[in-house]
Design a protein around this ligand. Structure first.
Ligand code: NAD
Length: 370
């Protein structure tokens, strides 16, 4: 039977292949126990592709990503490739995919699983039950705006500058994603900018407000200045459901939000594009952590962020809410049973390897998902 779930797996470098191995076992579990067939393909990216193919991402891999229903990405990079020119850096793989697939909205959930409420640097009573999603515009704004540069002034000193620029269309398409996702969650969106001091922020606020009135009046919309949002995320993060914001503010706020949850090794993300004429939406799922060269090859990486990225993929690319919840519940239960990889280790609990953690998730799936 042909599968309508075409999945491209790109493990990458460092701990990427180690944590991806555990996801492959979960995919196999679905194949065996739930008769959910994924048509899998795998390719090299990043340093691994540079070594084998002389390029961070081959054109055939980009073509495969375009043809796939979803891409599951590991992580790329490492000291071995740090000295290469910018065009040959492993990170070009992810930048190329974002550009070629038109992935403009970066979704970062910050969710505190109950057994890890003590792992946050904030008090457990502030973060327990936290479940927010930051939707960050990821292809526009000040990181890409022109003019940009460093000029030498007549007196020999220098002047560096970048431009924050957004069009109505860029704001609308990312706000639309935020509203649509809010409808699947608690139906609340907080739009974040600095409309008090930036014209681009003013346009952002007006555009989001107009779109809301036109197409999403059923969603509860609020606005907040970015500096206040940073403060509110630490003061009372549970007040938020979906936050939508610019590339720059999203970069800062999503890192802040991720640390509310305790560890990099726990956090998944998605980057998605617009719905095409064929009804398909390109999407790439990846943990927020990098290739962790300091622990690569030791078998101690936490596979949870990669596994939870797969759960996001099930939910958002394939509408498989029950299966996504099953995977998330299996991860929560395994942590609840006291197993910990080194990065989330707590006194009195059992420290285990990447593979033992993966084993435990698969066993838990057997138990709760029959
Ligand atoms: P990193 O996220 O790889 O590591 C930061 C720290 O967190 C390290 O101490 C690492 O051991 C730890 N860590 C990360 N993931 C973990 C996991 N799953 N389990 C346990 N511990 C984990 O960030 P870095 O050290 O700044 O970057 C290393 C390399 O990764 C660089 O080459 C960087 O460019 C690349 N990178 C790639 C991506 C990507 O592929 N999207 C993202 C970030 C960094």
């Amino acid at each position: 039977m042909a599968s309508n779930k075409k999945l491209l797996v790109l493990p990458g470098d460092g701990i990427g292949p180690e944590v991806m191995r555990e996801v492959r076992r979960i995919i196999d579990w679905f194949d065996r126990r739930r008769a959910v067939r994924f048509e899998l393909d795998e390719a090299l990216v990043g340093g691994a592709a540079i070594d084998a193919l002389g390029t961070p991402i081959a054109p055939e891999t980009v073509a495969k990503a375009k043809a796939a229903d979803a891409v599951l990405f590991g992580s790329v990079g490492g000291p071995k490739w740090d000295k290469l020119g910018f065009d040959m850096r492993p990170e070009i793989a992810i930048l190329t995919l974002r550009k070629e697939l038109g992935l403009f909205a970066n979704l970062r959930p910050a969710q505190v699983l109950d057994p890890l409420a003590d792992a946050s640097t904030l008090k457990p009573e502030v973060v327990r039950g936290l479940d927010l999603m930051i939707v960050r515009e990821s292809t526009g704004g000040i990181y890409f705006g022109e003019p940009r540069g460093i000029d030498t002034l007549p007196d020999g000193t220098k002047r560096g500058y970048n431009t924050e620029v957004y069009t109505t269309a860029e704001i609308e398409r990312v706000a639309r994603v935020a509203f649509e996702f809010a409808r699947k969650r608690q139906n609340r969106v907080c739009s974040v900018e600095k409309a008090n001091v930036m014209e681009s922020g003013l346009l952002w606020r007006q555009t989001v407000t107009d779109l809301h009135a036109r197409a999403f009046a059923d969603v509860d919309l609020s606005h907040m200045y970015a500096d206040n949002c940073a403060m509110q995320l630490v003061r009372n993060p549970r007040q938020f459901d979906v936050i939508v914001t610019t590339n720059l503010f999203g970069d800062l706020l999503s890192d802040l939000a991720s640390m509310l949850t305790g560890s990099l090794g726990m956090l998944p993300s998605a980057t998605i594009g617009a719905v095409g004429p064929d009804g398909k939406r390109h999407a790439l799922y990846e943990p927020i952590h990098g290739s962790a060269p300091d622990i690569a090859g030791k078998g101690i990486a936490n596979p949870m962020a990669q596994i939870l990225s797969f759960a996001m993929l099930l939910r958002y690319s394939f509408g498989m809410e029950d299966e996504a919840k099953l995977v998330e519940r299996a991860c929560t239960n395994v942590l609840g049973s006291g197993l910990r990889t080194a990065d989330i280790m707590q006194p009195g609990l059992a420290r285990v390897s990447t593979q033992v953690m993966g084993d435990a998730v698969v066993r838990e799936l057997d138990k709760i998902g029959g």
